[in-house]
Structure formats: C-alpha cells, structure tokens
Design a binder for this molecule. Sequence first.
Ligand code: GLU
Length: 275
Amino acid sequence: MTTRFAPSPTGLLHLGHAYAAIVAHKLAHEANGTFLLRFEDIDHSRVREEFYAAIESDLRWIGLDWTGTPLRQTDRLPAYAAAIEQLKAAQVLYPCFCTRRDIAEESARITKAPHGPEGPLYPGTCRQLSATQRSDLLAIDTAHCWRLHATAASQLTGPLSFSDQLHGTAPVDPSLLGDVILARKDIATSYHLAVVVDDAFQQISLVTRGEDLLPSTHVHRLLQSLLHLPEPSYHHHPLITDAQGQRLAKRDESKTLQSLRASGQTPKNILQTVA
Ligand code: GLU
C-alpha cells in the first residue's frame, strides 16, 4: 500500500499539516507500505521557493521520512494537458468565458442558484451556449477556463461510490460541487485534475487527507472513472482546531512547526499534541 502527504509550498507547516503527515506516515508504516511526498505547487502566484526546503526539513524534524524524490506538480503539466484532452474527447468539458463578476451577477439573478457545501456553485451559464456561440468565442481567443459538465460526466460513468476507512462507503453525488473548473485560465489545470492524475501516477492506494476535502472526493472519483484510472481507498481524518474550534490556517503563525520548535517544543511534544 502507498500513501502520500501533499502539501502546497505556499507557507510553513503548522500542527494541522503535521497531523495529516503523521496519519499518512503511520498508516503506511503499519501496513508495511510506502509513504510519498508530493508538492502541490501549480498555483505559482502563491508558491514561494523557500517553502519546499522548509517543509522537508520540518517533516524530517518530526521524524517522518519519505521514499524517493518528492513529486512536484509543476513538473507534470504535460500529463495534466493530456488528461484534459482525454476529457474533451469524451465531451464532458466545456469552455467557460465567465468572469467572477458574471458568475456573481448570474447567481443573484436566478431564483434557484445552485449551492454546495462551501457556498454558491457555478450557475451553468456557459453550459447553455450553442455550439456556434462557443466556437465564435474560442475563435477570437476570449479568456476561458474549462469546466466539468457534471451531468454529462455522470451519465457516461453511471453510478459510482467511494469507500472511506472512517466514513464508510458513499455514493458519488456529481452535483455536490457542480461544474468545477478542471483547467484554469492561467495554469491550464486545477487541484481536482492534478490530484487525480498524480494519485494514479504515484500508485497511491490509500488517499489520506483532512475531512474538509470529503466533498472533493465525489469529483475525484468521477474523474478516475472518466480517465480509466484505478480507484484508491480513502481516509479523511478530522481536522485539528484551535481552542475556539476554528481550523488552523497558514496565517496562524504561532502554530507553525518552526515557531513551536523555536519556543522549545520537541518532536515528542508535537506528536503528543496531535495525538
Ligand atoms: N494540498 C492539499 C492540502 O494541503 C492536500 C490535497 C490532498 O491531499 O488531496 O490540504
């Protein structure tokens, strides 16, 4: 079995990340499996070079070691482009020319704007364009992203489910996150696409991550089926929260491993705290 820890090098690791890494490492260790590291670094506007080394050194400090060279998603752009082409050929993507403002205005205008677990979903404006409108806009190279046509995709795959070690088996609900972006305007991929392509590439058999990402698994399972990729098992663990019950964020500098280390905490304290 193979697990992974997949941080974004957009900040220092805090206790919440340490917990996620420890869970993945422990599950791999217990099963005599492999623990891999992947840098989810496609969002170049937020990535900073120094965080790659800082993350590796923090992981080593708490005693976690990984197999091989960490994967960087920025080295994998051709694989994501190939997956996008495959999805276009399956006719489950459409180009979306909306700006954020267009989306907000359309969502306010329609009476039953779709809502997901984290707020409003894409209202579907560009899904309704005619083939001619679409090709005219593409011909004049209007800025666009590519969205998943969730209904068309689920018609193609039929009913799906995924299985989680802590949450049980759940049927995939393709409408939960709606027509998500799979290729952003600026980077031609997205978290959802890259994570699915890379979990298969790294032969991840158990995806461990925070339970805030449970809704995303519905999209990931759909993409695995559309791209004919293997289905991993899942382990969505609870999130570490602060005393007020708020999840830790990158801005909580007092909880970074580096600041805890500077204040005299030991790796053993960190393991005890997250346990
Ligand atoms: N990069 C994500 C994070 O830092 C993890 C995504 C995943 O594990 O699928 O929360």
